[in-house]
Design a protein around this ligand. Structure first.
Ligand code: SAH
Length: 208
């Protein structure tokens, strides 16, 4: 079976399981070739629903995790989004089809280089990859409508809250090494409101 057929089957499965919910997000999954974001040797697994190694001890998240996070972000066409943990660039690529601009910051310079290449191959011109420690956010382009954290963080850092627009949201796996809760923080008129969206498992955030 060809890659496109496999992609369509995965989309059907993720929609059937309730992870993909909206036509817009399904459209983004159709447009982005996941095979361009994984090592060539793993090509056969591009549309299997699990994480894959991308080097430097890091992983590209499983498709259902990308679906869950993308749907929860409720992406809007005018949104400016900051991602912490570019990894392969796949999550940023999916978002790039749904929002105005994505800034994604990666601690490992080697991975930032390959993310940039992957995003170019996939034709995602509205994603900007930066190298740095995302626990400090990325002040030059703040404030953001949404901040998505794709590495396990011990806390929602003050810098993220400060770099969020009023009404904006942060989505982050918060917790220890083996288990985190997917926490959504909303910036309201008079502070911040937190929601827990259940258990997840991500590779850890490291502070540079
Ligand atoms: N979103 C990625 C998956 C990310 S894996 C994808 O779609 O492929 C988590 C990534 O976070 C790893 O690449 C890791 O190097 C990076 N990371 C860890 N700590 C970080 C930090 N402080 N700032 C930025 N990136 C960090």
């Amino acid at each position: 079976m060809g890659l496109e057929e496999n992609r369509e089957l995965l989309i059907k499965k993720l929609a059937g399981e309730g992870y993909l919910k909206t036509e817009k997000v399904i459209g983004a999954f159709r447009e982005i070739p996941r095979e361009k974001f994984i090592p060539e040797r793993d090509g056969d697994f591009a549309y299997s629903d699990y994480p894959l190694n991308i080097g430097r001890g890091q992983t590209i998240s499983a498709p259902h995790m990308v679906a869950i996070m993308t749907e929860l972000l409720k992406p809007k066409s005018r949104d400016i989004v900051l991602e912490i943990g570019a990894g392969s660039g796949y999550q940023a690529a999916i978002l790039s089809k749904l929002v105005d601009t994505v800034y994604t910051i990666e601690l490992e310079s080697e991975l930032a280089v390959s993310a940039k290449q992957n995003l170019e191959k996939a034709g995602c011109g509205n994603v900007h990859v930066m190298v740095g420690d995302g626990s400090k956010g990325y002040p030059p382009k703040a404030p953001y409508d949404k901040i998505i954290v794709t590495c396990a963080t011990p806390e929602i850092f003050r810098a993220w809250k400060d770099q969020l627009k009023p009404g904006g949201i942060i989505l982050a796996p918060v917790g220890g090494f083996y288990h985190q809760d997917l926490i959504m923080v909303k910036k309201t008129g008079d502070g911040f409101k937190e929601e827990n969206h259940g258990g997840v498992m991500f590779v850890p955030l490291r502070q540079g």
